[in-house]
Design a protein around this ligand. Structure first.
Ligand code: ATP
Ligand code: MG
Length: 418
């Protein structure tokens, strides 16, 4: 027997309604914020992620699914959605469409990571990207969209942490200060930090190694180095969040340390799902579109991990609306009555009603058992008498009441007695 690849998961028929609930909440949220869906390929040229995610990130240095296709091109399964969305924006000349351009996606992502709770090799993200708006209102709107989505799911036990990582000009000074601080400690820090020291010292703040974390704790904070424009932007974002009633804490250690990520960064973090507590991460990336060869187009977005959200909902006992069940199950006994049951059920289906009958040549008793397992709201059996009279006894499973209904009236009866 061939097993599923490590770090991937099947969604079984008994579980898929939970996914659909989360995805519907995502689509509803997007509709409320007037955000349209986009779909980009699952794979892109590797170069897109080298430039669009950044060569010093964990994703690019350790986690990408990269392979050569039969034409000798280097291809990568998308590890995240923003780079592909930005490529789409540029390639289709969407800078000339009415701005801001607001887009969302629900898509699989691939990262070669060590699988554990909330960390998979194939996972799914709901993401939003807003291209063209540099105002603090855009930041607040995107954060509010994430918060609205989480609320729709019924998630309460969650913390919003925000920070500002400044712009190119204030970052340069901060990087100098960081280097000055880290230089005497480099001997005690991990190899990755040593590499990042030269290329992108901001990313050292994100290191998960205990020995590095201890040193990083005392490092200068970006917030103390913001230029007046970046400071004013951050203050305005906080003000807007206050006015929207969105609670947050400022966490100066959040970095999404790519060169073209700018200003606002944020994470929604839960303490209920263990170490992988970040269910949603986002930020402003004013430099990405131009880095990828487009114009100077500011942008901001977020991505939420659907597996982590489902895990959080399950762990904290948040109820999912019940899965859909058939309105009616119609059983038959012999060839003639089975044929009638089959005809009635498929006529109901053709008229938009969820109905079910036997496909397994089971006894009436076994059909009842199956109907019960399906959770059918009404069950009817057609025997010789019923066939003759042209009626069925519809039994309401919730309370056992029985109603005699003519074959031709079943549709109307079900519509009236939901
Ligand atoms: P982490 O620090 O947990 O590795 P990240 O910073 O790599 O997260 P992002 O690139 O910001 O994550 O991705 C956005 C969201 O996608 C995360 O907040 C998380 O919910 C989800 N996510 C990221 N990697 C995985 C994974 N390997 N398995 C499941 N979900 C993931
Ligand atoms: Mg990661």
């Amino acid at each position: 027997m061939i097993n599923i690849p490590k770090g991937t998961k099947d969604v079984l028929p008994a579980e898929s309604y939970k996914w659909q609930f989360v995805e519907n909440a995502a689509r509803q949220t997007a509709a409320q914020f007037n955000i349209r869906e986009i779909r980009t390929p699952v794979f892109e040229h590797t170069e897109l992620f080298l430039r669009g995610v950044g060569e010093t990130t964990d994703v690019v240095t350790k986690e990408m699914y990269t392979f050569e296709d039969k034409g000798g091109r280097s291809i990568t399964l998308k590890p995240e959605g923003t780079a592909g969305a930005a490529r789409m924006f540029i390639e289709n000349g969407l800078a000339n469409s009415p701005l801001p351009l607001k887009a969302y996606y629900i898509a699989p992502c691939y990262r070669y990571e060590r699988p554990q709770a909330g960390r998979l090799r194939e996972f799914h993200q709901f993401g939003i990207e807003v291209f063209g708006a540099s105002s603090p209102e855009a930041d607040a709107e995107v954060i509010f969209a994430a918060s609205t989505f989480l609320k729709k799911l019924g998630i309460k036990d969650i913390r919003l942490e925000i920070n500002s990582i400044g712009c190119k000009s204030c970052r340069a000074e901060y990087n100098r200060a960081l280097k000055e601080y880290f230089r005497p400690h480099l001997g005690e820090m991990c190899a990755t930090c040593n590499e990042r020291f030269e290329k992108n010292p901001l990313r050292m703040i994100d290191c998960k190694e205990e020995k590095c974390k201890a040193i990083t704790a005392g490092a200068p904070k970006m917030l103390d180095y913001l230029c007046p424009d970046c400071r004013a932007h951050f203050e305005k974002v906080k003000c807007l969040l206050d006015s929207l009633g969105v609670e947050y804490t400022v966490n100066p250690d959040i970095v999404r340390g790519l060169d073209y990520y700018t200003r606002t960064v944020f994470e929604f973090v839960s303490t209920s799902i263990g170490a992988q507590g970040t269910v949603c991460g986002g930020g402003r990336y004013d430099g990405l579109v131009s880095e990828l060869g487009g114009g100077n187009v500011p942008a901001i977005g977020f991505a939420a991990g659907l597996e982590r959200l489902l895990l959080l909902m399950e762990n904290t006992g948040i109820p999912f609306p019940a899965a859909a069940v058939p309105e009616v199950y119609v059983a038959g006994m012999d060839d003639a009555t089975r044929a009638k049951a089959f005809a009635i059920v498929n006529d109901l289906r053709a008229r938009g009603v969820s109905a079910e009958c036997d496909l397994m040549s089971r006894s009436v008793k076994a059909q009842f058992k199956y109907a019960d397992k399906l959770g059918a709201k009404y069950v009817a059996v057609i025997g010789g008498n019923e066939l003759e009279r042209g009626t069925v006894n519809l039994k309401k499973m919730a309370d056992g009441t029985v109603s005699e209904v003519a074959f031709a009236d079943i549709y109307g009866f079900l519509a009236e007695n939901k």
